[in-house]
Write a protein that binds this ligand. Structure first.
Ligand SMILES: Cc1cc2nc3c(=O)[nH]c(=O)nc-3n(C[C@H](O)[C@H](O)[C@H](O)COP(=O)(O)OP(=O)(O)OC[C@H]3O[C@@H](n4cnc5c(N)ncnc54)[C@H](O)[C@@H]3O)c2cc1C
Length: 495
C-alpha cells in the first residue's frame, strides 16, 4: 500500500512537493485552509477584474520549465509566456524615468548613457553574477541544507571566494558604479530578498543576472495561471485536495508524526509535510515539547517586509505606466531604514505599481485598467483603516503627480490588503508577506530546518525554510523536501 503524506498548505511549495511525491508513488492529500489553492499567489475576481494577489514578477523561467518537464509537460502546455520589453520603468521624479530594456546589449547601452565607461565594468559585474547564479543553481540551491557537510565539496573551495559571501551587495555595486540611478536599478532586485542591500551578501548579485540576462516574463492570464498549472499536474498525478481545511494540530505519538487534526477530526498519515508558514506549524500546530525552535528564536529572526497592497479597478486606460512601474522618487535608504531598523510606517515610501492589463486584455473589462499598488512596510505593524486610507491618498497623490494624470476619480473598485489579512488568510508570522530575510546568518543551514529536529516523519517546505522566499525558490523548496522525504523513507527501509 502507498505511504500516505499529508501536505499542509497549497502555495507553490505545497503544490510542487505534492506533485513530486505523488509521481514517486505516495498517496498525497493537500489540506488547505482557504477555499482555493495558491496561498500568497491566490487570485480573486470581481466586476470583470482578475487580480493576482501576490507575485507579479515571473523570473527564472527555467525553474518553472524544469518543474513541468518532470511531468512530461512544458510551459506552453499551460500558458503563453511573453518576455516583457521594456522589463520595467523606474521613475525618479515627475516625467523623469528610465525604461529598463530587455536584453543584455540594450542594458549595456543604458549603462553607458548613465555612466560613460560603465559598460566595461558591467561586463565583469554580470559575468560574476552569472557565475554565482549558475554555481548556486547547480551546487547549492537544491541541497536540503541539513548539515555543513553537504557544502564540503573540495572542488568548491576556490569558488567560495568568488561568491562574495562576506561583502554586502551595496558595497559590491558601489565599488564598481557611481551613478545613483544605476546603483538604484542594480540594487532593486535585492528588495525581493527582504533585507537592506547593506545587509544582503553580494552573493545575491546573481539576482542581477536573473533580472538583466534572464528577463522579466508574463504568463498570459496572470500569475494565477501558474498555480492552475501546478494544480492540474497535481490532480493528474493523483493528489487529493481538501479545501476549507484549517489544520489545527499535528498528531505525534512517541516522537513520530502520524497525522493531523482538521475541524476536530483526525486524519492519519505516515508523513506530514508542513508548507504553511514555518512559525505557525512549529509554534501553533505542535505541542510545546515537539517544537524545534523557541519563542525567543522566532522573535530574533529577521523577517522580510510585509506590504500594504491596493487592488484597484479603473474605468479608464492609464498612460505613462508600463506593466511594472517602480516609483523611486523618494529616498530609498530612508524607506529601508523605516522598514528594517525603526520598524514604523514609512513617511515617504517608494511604491511599486503593476498594471497587467497593459499586457493582458483578460484581466480588466474593456476600456478599464487593473492596478496593483504595493508599498513595502515593516512586519508587525497595526494596519487599521485610518492608516490604509492615509496610504491610499499618499499613493494616489504621488502616482497622479509623477505620471501627470487623474486616477483617483476613475477608481471603480478598491480593496486593501496588509498584515492582518496575511495573518487571517495565511497564519503569517507578524503578518509577513515575504518570509525570512536572506541575510548571511539566515542562509542555507542557518534557516529553519527542512526536517523537524524533534519529530520523526515531519518535514517543512516553503518560503521560511531553504532555499528562501520567491516563487522559483518555493518551487525548489517543495521539490527538495519531497526528495528528502523519499531519501529518509528509503534509509528507514535500509534500501
Ligand atoms: C505581495 C507579494 C508579492 C510577491 N511578489 C513576488 C514576485 O513578484 N515574484 C516572486 O517570485 N515571488 C513573489 N512573492 C513571493 C512568493 O509569492 C512567495 O515566496 C511564495 O508564493 C510562497 O509560497 P509558499 O508555498 O511558501 O507559501 P504560501 O503561498 O503562503 O502557502 C502556504 C499555504 O498554507 C496555508 N495554510 C496556512 N496555515 C494553514 C493551516 N493551519 N492549515 C491549512 N493550510 C494552512 C495558507 O493559507 C497558504 O495557502 C510575493 C509575495 C507576496 C506576498
Amino acid at each position: 500500500m502507498s505511504r500516505k503524506v499529508a501536505v499542509i498548505g497549497s502555495g507553490f511549495a505545497g503544490l510542487s512537493a505534492a506533485a513530486t511525491l505523488a509521481k514517486a508513488g505516495y498517496d498525497v492529500t493537500v489540506y488547505e485552509k482557504n477555499a482555493t489553492s495558491g496561498g500568497r499567489a491566490m487570485k480573486f475576481e470581481t466586476d470583470g477584474f482578475v487580480f493576482d494577489m501576490g507575485p507579479s514578477w515571473y523570473w527564472m523561467p527555467e525553474v518553472f520549465e524544469e518543474f513541468y518537464q518532470q511531468f512530461g509537460a512544458t510551459t506552453s502546455d499551460f500558458y503563453q509566456l511573453d518576455r516583457l520589453n521594456p522589463s520595467y520603468r523606474v521613475y525618479f521624479d515627475k516625467d523623469d524615468f528610465i525604461d529598463v530594456p530587455a536584453g543584455v546589449e540594450e542594458f549595456h547601452r543604458l549603462v553607458e548613457s548613465l555612466e560613460p565607461g560603465g559598460s566595461e565594468k558591467l561586463k565583469v559585474f554580470l559575468k560574476e553574477a552569472e557565475y554565482k547564479y549558475r554555481l548556486s543553481m547547480e551546487k547549492f540551491i537544491r541541497k536540503p541544507a541539513l548539515s555543513f557537510l553537504e557544502f564540503m565539496d573540495p572542488t568548491l573551495i576556490p569558488a567560495v571566494f568568488k561568491l562574495h559571501l562576506f561583502q554586502s551587495i551595496s558595497t559590491h555595486i558601489r565599488k564598481r558604479f557611481r551613478n545613483p540611478r544605476l546603483i538604484q536599478i542594480l540594487e532593486f532586485p535585492v528588495i525581493f530578498l527582504g533585507a537592506k542591500p547593506s545587509e544582503t551578501p553580494a552573493l545575491y548579485s546573481m539576482m542581477n543576472h536573473a533580472d538583466i540576462a534572464l528577463g522579466t516574463w508574463y504568463p498570459q492570464g496572470g500569475m494565477n495561471k501558474v498555480i492552475a498549472a501546478f494544480e492540474t499536474i497535481c490532480v493528474r498525478e493523483g493528489v487529493k485536495f481538501e479545501f476549507n481545511s484549517n489544520v489545527e494540530l499535528i498528531n505525534v505519538e512517541n516522537g513520530i508524526a502520524n497525522g493531523i487534526r482538521v475541524n476536530g477530526v483526525n486524519h492519519s498519515a505516515d508523513v506530514v509535510l508542513g508548507t504553511a508558514d514555518y512559525h505557525h506549524i512549529d509554534q501553533v500546530l505542535l505541542e510545546e515539547k515537539y517544537r524545534s525552535y523557541s519563542k525567543a528564536y522566532w522573535d530574533t529572526r529577521k523577517m522580510s517586509p510585509s506590504c500594504l497592497i491596493f487592488y484597484i479597478g479603473l474605468n479608464k486606460k492609464v498612460s505613462n505606466m508600463l506593466h511594472h512601474t517602480l516609483f523611486f522618487d523618494r529616498d530609498m535608504d530612508k524607506h529601508m531604514n523605516e522598514i528594517f531598523d525603526k520598524k514604523q510606517w514609512p513617511t515617504e515610501p517608494l511604491l511599486y505599481v503593476s498594471c497587467p492589463s497593459k499586457t493582458d486584455a483578460t484581466v480588466a473589462p474593456e476600456g478599464g485598467e487593473n492596478l496593483y499598488v504595493l508599498i513595502p512596510v515593516s512586519v508587525g505593524l497595526v494596519d487599521d483603516q485610518k492608516t490604509r486610507d492615509h496610504y491610499f491618498d499618499l499613493a494616489m497623490n504621488r502616482i497622479e503627480h509623477v505620471t501627470g494624470q487623474e486616477i483617483r476619480k476613475h477608481v471603480v473598485y478598491k480593496r486593501s490588503y496588509a498584515h492582518s489579512d496575511y495573518q487571517k488568510d495565511h497564519n503569517a508570522f507578524k503578518g509577513n508577506a515575504f518570509g525570512l530575510a536572506n541575510t548571511l546568518k539566515q542562509t542555507a543551514i542557518f534557516k529553519p530546518s527542512l526536517r523537524s529536529n524533534r519529530v520523526k516523519n515531519l518535514f517543512f517546505a516553503g518560503q521560511l525554510t531553504t532555499p528562501g522566499p520567491g516563487v522559483p525558490p518555493c518551487i525548489i523548496s517543495g521539490q527538495v523536501a519531497a526528495i528528502e522525504i523519499q531519501r529518509t523513507e528509503r534509509s528507514k527501509k535500509g534500501v
